[in-house]
Design a protein around this ligand. Structure first.
Ligand SMILES: Nc1nc2c(ncn2[C@@H]2O[C@H](COP(=O)(O)OP(=O)(O)OP(=O)(O)O)[C@@H](O)[C@H]2O)c(=O)[nH]1
Ligand SMILES: [Zn+2]
Length: 286
């Protein structure tokens, strides 16, 4: 029977199978590869053995999850205050590892004025933005529909409301507590096992504890490649006067022209420039 690995602990592999049951399997000796949450597997339910690992589409490094469909970047409008530079950084991390981001802006109950206009830049760049309030349960249904049938990874800075969201949309009460237990999170650097949590529909979500420190992770990309991870800039790559234009200072740069004309967001371009120079400085050091 086919299934999906949701977690593994001490040699036990928990597989959510097609029949909607969860089987606690042992592995057959001949499977040599490492198996991650999200992996599609074949099990023998009668003996509770994991017999086969199906080829995977992709694997996310941190946390290690296989067959990821999208990475949810969740930020709050307020508490903590929304900062475009932080969102740009999260987007870059997701884009540069080759995954599809989904933007979720939480705490719209605390909004004053036309907050949506702060996100027009992102929508123009091609990102879908969901505006929600976990607390007041606004737009949660629409978001949930977007997670259906998919393996989702949830990231975002501390205080964005990730645990609160999981509390509302996870089907199983036991899993729920595991997902939000502060005790587990605070453990002395015990790396909590990644686990797929079942949503109320047919989707899955992996929480990423400690991703608040994601901003400290080193980006493993080169300055010269940076523009490929800003979709609205990547569109114009190779159209500047110079072949390997960095879009920072060169004459005849189409990107700079588009920024001046307001066709590329000035704020996004600022983030691009800042990160470009950070990466350059790092490259000079080594
Ligand atoms: N006003 C308002 N507050 C919210 C909303 N969602 C969450 N909060 C509050 O925001 C605070 C942080 O929420 P958490 O769910 O713990 O945030 P988190 O992203 O899991 O944070 P970490 O566990 O530190 O990564 C809590 O006090 C929540 O009650 C919302 O939609 N509106
Ligand atoms: Zn250029």
């Amino acid at each position: 029977m086919k299934g999906i690995l949701i977690k593994s602990i001490g040699g036990f592999f928990f597989v959510a199978a097609e029949d909607k049951e969860i089987y606690q399997c042992r592995i057959r000796g001949r499977i040599r590869e490492k198996i991650y949450p999200g992996d599609k597997v074949e099990i023998d339910p009668s003996t509770q053995t994991l017999e086969k690992l199906y080829p995977r589409d992709n694997i996310l490094k941190r946390p290690q999850v296989a067959n990821v469909d999208q990475v949810i970047i969740m930020l709050a409008l307020k508490n903590p205050e929304f900062k475009p530079s932080l969102l740009d950084y999260f987007l870059l991390l997701v884009e540069s590892s080759g995954f599809k981001p989904l933007l979720v802006i939480n705490k719209i109950d605390q909004a004053a004025g036309d907050y949506q206009k702060m996100f027009v830049d992102y929508e123009q760049a091609g990102y879908k933005v969901h505006f929600i309030s976990v607390k007041q349960e606004i737009n949660l249904g629409v978001l949930l529909a977007e997670l259906d049938q998919k393996i989702n990874v949830l990231t975002g800075p501390s205080g964005a409301g990730k645990s609160s969201l999981l509390n509302k949309i996870i089907a199983d009460a036991d899993l729920k507590t595991a997902a939000v237990s502060k005790k587990l999170k605070k453990g002395v650097h015990t790396t909590r096992m990644v686990e797929l949590l079942a949503l109320d529909n047919e989707g899955w979500v992996a929480d990423t504890p400690g991703f608040s420190s994601m901003t400290n992770l080193n980006l493993e990309i080169e300055a010269a490649d940076l523009s490929w991870y800003f979709p609205e800039i990547a569109k114009f790559n190779n159209q500047c006067r110079f072949n390997r234009c960095s879009h920072t200072h060169e004459p005849g740069c189409l990107v700079q022209t588009k920024v001046e004309a307001g066709e590329i967001s000035a704020s996004r371009y600022q983030s691009y420039q800042r990160i470009y120079h950070e990466l350059k400085a790092k490259e000079r050091k080594y």
